[in-house]
Design a protein around this ligand. Sequence first.
Ligand SMILES: *Cc1c(COP(=O)(O)O)cnc(C)c1O
Length: 397
Amino acid sequence: MPNRALDWIPQELAALEARGQRRRLEPIAGAQGPVVEIDGRPLVNFCSNDYLGLANHPRLRQAMVDAVERYGAGAGAARLLVGDLALHHALEERLARFKGTESALLFSSGYHANAGVLGALAGPGDAIFSDAWNHASIIDGCRLSGADVHVYPHLDADGLGKLLAASKARRRLVVTDAIFSMDGDAAPLVEIVELCERHGAMLYLDEAHSTGVLGATGGGLAEALGVSGRVDVLMGTLGKALGSYGAFVAGSRALTNWLVGTSRTFIFTTALPPATCAASIAALDVLAEEPERLAHLDALSARMKAGLEALGFPVRDVVGPIFPVMLVEEARALEASRGLREHGYLAKAIRPPTVPRGTSRLRVSLTASHTFEQVDGFLAALRKDDPGGRRTGPRTT
Ligand SMILES: *Cc1c(COP(=O)(O)O)cnc(C)c1O
């Protein structure tokens, strides 16, 4: 007898399909890069988070090969068992220097860090204050913590201040993305730092999209705004601009000592493989030695921003290489994505539940491996494909 207990799934999938919300995997044939091959077709890739173009950089590749030769494929255990490699410590020291903190602690991914660190810092009886558009992993970390969660309107420092002033919780923690992953705008970090100091609240900053991208040395938004020393918990990822995989939390020695023994997503998971740690060290070397990558990314971003503004898309608040091309409805976003693909450009439609209803869009991201011609070509294809009337005014959420 076949088991019929999963029969609800095909129906639910069909319902998602009808709403334009079904998601499908689409394998790329070769390596990550500015042009990827899907279904035998080369497409200029405006979807990746490989902002510095390091995912396929020869130095990262070689560092990984060398690490495999010396240390093997896997760490073999969690850090607290016997998976704690000298290479993990070497990378942590390097990350602490990069972020200008006493200490840093690796996590297997950004998701692990957000899911496990918030709960190590705030629990039942405490309060977490979270921007309404924070990344899903932050939302999950808030839920897992058991703390009271107060969601403040996106970027609204005044709203946050009122919530902080009203809170009588034992410990208070404010958490925000630095650059928001689907909108490309930045947290009002200086105001938030001041509020946290005034109210004695901890500040947790997720620099997933800003590490390697903002600041004079690529340190992130806190570096760019000169407040690194005033953010208690600087979380960053190694799988986006830094090209490989993993994540870290940088801060005081007391903080990382505490997390080693209390963060469940640090304790109960296998340590990062040596090769990815070696790649991250190589990525930090490249970032320091090839500042022209960041400069080129900035120039491309300025070109894209001006081009999208000229087409009437509201991208004024964008501060980095992520651009929301707002199309409002799922069907329009899907149609625009299909049209661009016909012209040879890959820009995926982002729909609910990833973004709020009525804000379906293309998420366009740039990397240092793109050329100005590719950006101009994309803008021309978007113009051709947008006969008018599809653009939106200011967003409605
Ligand atoms: C991507 C992302 C994460 C998760 O990082 P991974 O290393 O990919 O798990 C966390 N926070 C934000 C804001 C992100 O965009």
